[in-house]
Structures are given as structure tokens and as C-alpha cells.
Write a protein that binds this ligand. Structure first.
Ligand SMILES: Nc1ncnc2c1ncn2[C@@H]1O[C@H](COP(=O)(O)OP(=O)(O)OP(=O)(O)O)[C@@H](O)[C@H]1O
Ligand SMILES: [Mg+2]
Length: 339
């Protein structure tokens, strides 16, 4: 997949088109394959002949889409997209598809104010001072203005591209067969700077993707651990927690010890009385009733058993017809001999 560099910005005449061609020429001189993509409907496509790069015409939305798709399928290429001035909507689209966004601006307060707005609008973009004065005094003044107005963004400002009259040769429809050396050098410098920045961006992106992948994996792993039930052999193989000095010496679940040990005071702590079956009451029921009771709740079964108890004859009553009191003075057990 080709890396996409977009050169955009709200202000016209800042050097977007010139920088796009300089960057592509520089990339070619450094041995990189690139294509300079024209999106500005007010400009004519330039012939690729004699250049170290290809040119593409993407002045319509459909054409831009096709070029973007083509670039996506190209490996080790770089696509440099030249935006047009005053096209915030197009700039936003280009910003979204770019790996690196450059915002050229010149040595003027108006350009600087505009680039500040664009830096705010495009938080991953870099500002690139363009047509920077070469005269010492002018350059000092330009640097001071830059420091004064853009100090807050200084980590997002690239090394200035100096003003160079021969740059206009690159904007000719057909470039001369030989280009001046200073132009070649200027193009190389821009390309060097951009390649280094791109490498940094790509490395940071890869590291972030890797971190996100690891994080997602760890989260998945944690979710699986949470829902996986323990295997039976795992459960039995689990070592009993080691008793420390304060532990109840009999608080063990080991069956071998359980039989030998007296029951600990807290042995019934875990037993819920609600779970205890109503056995004594149920035993008063006949088998059919017991079967019925099995389908009843504990309370219902108890009520049934109580009713049944009420029907049962209790211990023999004195009023019972079979009861014959012993005659007075009769001792049925005999009398113990006197010692
Ligand atoms: N580094 C440079 N040195 C000297 N002149 C330059 C440099 N860069 C750009 N220029 C000149 O500045 C003018 C505007 O440049 P350019 O057309 O590249 O700007 P632009 O941002 O593409 O403009 P537009 O917004 O109209 O598309 C041109 O005349 C160009 O030759
Ligand atoms: Mg232009």
C-alpha cells in the first residue's frame, strides 16, 4: 500500500503545488517511486516526461477515488496529493486518507494566522514554512515572527523550504531536460525530511496497532478465563489451602481426617436449615402421602404431617377401654427382699 502525503491548506498561493512537485522530484532522486496527484480544478495536468515521478489527474471526486484505490494497491510507492486553496471540505477528505499532511505557509502574518487555524483543524498535520527568505536579515525577521506566532506549535513545524526561483521550472507543462543542481538539492532536502517523518509516523502507528492487538488479546484471554468452568480433575487436583497458625486445626475437608476429628464449633456454619428435609414429619405419612409430599414445599409437607399427627392415636389414655388400673396395694414387679 502506497503512503499518502497530502499538501493542503486554506490559504492560496502558499506553495502547495510547487512543494508537491519538489517533493516528488526529490523522492525520485532518492530512489523512491512516487506520483504527484493534481486535485485543483483550476490547474492543468503536467506532462510526466523528464520528471523523476509520475503525474496523475484527479480533479474530479471519481478520479480521486480511482487514484486513491490504485495507490492502495501499490507497494513501496508514495502518492503526493496537491490540494487547492480555500477548499476546506476537500482538505478534510484528503486529511482523512493521508498518512502525512503538510500545511505550507509563507513568511507573512496572514499566512501564519491561517496555518494556525489549519493546525487546529488538522491535529496530525505539520506546518511547512515555504518560500522562506534566504537573505540573512529577512530570514531572521521571518524566524522571529514564526517563533512569536507559532511557538505553541513548534513541535509541528518542519525545517523551512527556502525561496528558490528555479522551482518554477517544475511547474512548467514540460520541464527542461536538465534541471539546475540547487533545485535538485532543495528537492532532495525536502524528500529527506518527509521520508524521515513518514518513517516515524509509520513506526508509531505500527507500535500502537501492536499494543492494541496485545491489549485485545489480553482482554479476550481474561474473558475466556472468566467463563471457563473448572475441569473435574482440576477441581480435585487443586491443593487444599495451606493452614496458617490462626487456622482452625480441624477446619479441613479431607474425609480421612473428618472421621477422626471431633466436630468443630463452626462445622454447621455452612449448612442452611432451609435445606434440611422435613424427615420426621414425613415419616408419619403413608407411602401415597409421602409421594404427594415429595411434590410439596417443606411448609406444605409439614402442614400435611401435622394434620396426619392429629389423626394418629397418641399414648394410651386413662380413659381408654383397654386400660385396667391395678388393684390397690398390688405390686406387679414383686417386692425387693430386704438386705
Ligand atoms: N520555494 C519557492 N521559491 C520561490 N517561489 C516559489 C516557491 N514555492 C512557490 N513559489 C512561487 O509561489 C507561487 C505560488 O506557488 P504555488 O502555485 O505552488 O502555490 P499554491 O499553494 O499551489 O497555490 P494555489 O493555492 O493557487 O494552488 C508561484 O508563483 C510559485 O512559483
Ligand atoms: Mg496549487
Amino acid at each position: 500500500m502506497a503512503e499518502i502525503i497530502c499538501i493542503i491548506g486554506n490559504k492560496g498561493g502558499t506553495g502547495k503545488t510547487t512543494l508537491s512537485h519538489m517533493l516528488c522530484q526529490g523522492l525520485g532522486l532518492l530512489g523512491n517511486r512516487s506520483v504527484c496527484v493534481l486535485t485543483d480544478t483550476y490547474r492543468e495536468p503536467l506532462s510526466p516526461e523528464g520528471r523523476r515521478y509520475l503525474t496523475a489527474d484527479a480533479r474530479s471526486a471519481e478520479a480521486l477515488q480511482k487514484v486513491a484505490e490504485k495507490l492502495a494497491g501499490l507497494h513501496a510507492w508514495k502518492g503526493v496529493i496537491d490540494g487547492g486553496g480555500n477548499r476546506t471540505e476537500v482538505d478534510q477528505k484528503l486529511y482523512d486518507l493521508a498518512d502525512l499532511v503538510l500545511l505550507p505557509f509563507r513568511d507573512s502574518h496572514e499566512d501564519m494566522r491561517t496555518v494556525i487555524r489549519d493546525l487546529e483543524l488538522f491535529p496530525n498535520a505539520y506546518a511547512l514554512p515555504s518560500q522562506w527568505p534566504t537573505n540573512t536579515w529577512q530570514r531572521d525577521a521571518a524566524d522571529k515572527a514564526l517563533e512569536f506566532m507559532l511557538s505553541e506549535y513548534k513541535h509541528r513545524i518542519l525545517t523551512p523550504v527556502a525561496a528558490l526561483s528555479s522551482t518554477k521550472l517544475l511547474l512548467q507543462k514540460q520541464i527542461p531536460s536538465e534541471l539546475p543542481t540547487p533545485l535538485g538539492n532543495a528537492c532532495r532536502r525536502i524528500a529527506h525530511q518527509v521520508v524521515a517523518l513518514l518513517n516515524q509516523i509509520m513506526a508509531a502507528r505500527e507500535a500502537a496497532a501492536l499494543e492494541a492487538e496485545q491489549q485485545a488479546l489480553a482482554e479476550q484471554q481474561a474473558a475466556v478465563e472468566e467463563i471457563r468452568p473448572l475441569e473435574p480433575e482440576q477441581q480435585s487436583a487443586e491443593p487444599a489451602p495451606e493452614a496458617d497458625a490462626n487456622d482452625n486445626a480441624y477446619g479441613t475437608d479431607s474425609p480421612a481426617q473428618e472421621d477422626d476429628m471431633p466436630m468443630a464449633d463452626n462445622a454447621m456454619d455452612d449448612v442452611s436449615l432451609d435445606d434440611a428435609p422435613p424427615a420426621p414429619a414425613e415419616s408419619l405419612l403413608d407411602p401415597m402421602q409421602q409421594e404427594q409430599a415429595a411434590t410439596l414445599s417443606a411448609d406444605e409437607a409439614a402442614t400435611l404431617a401435622m394434620a396426619r399427627m392429629a389423626e394418629q392415636p397418641s399414648s394410651p389414655s386413662y380413659e381408654h377401654e383397654d386400660y385396667k388400673p391395678h388393684p390397690a396395694g398390688h405390686n406387679p414387679y414383686g417386692t425387693l427382699p430386704n438386705p
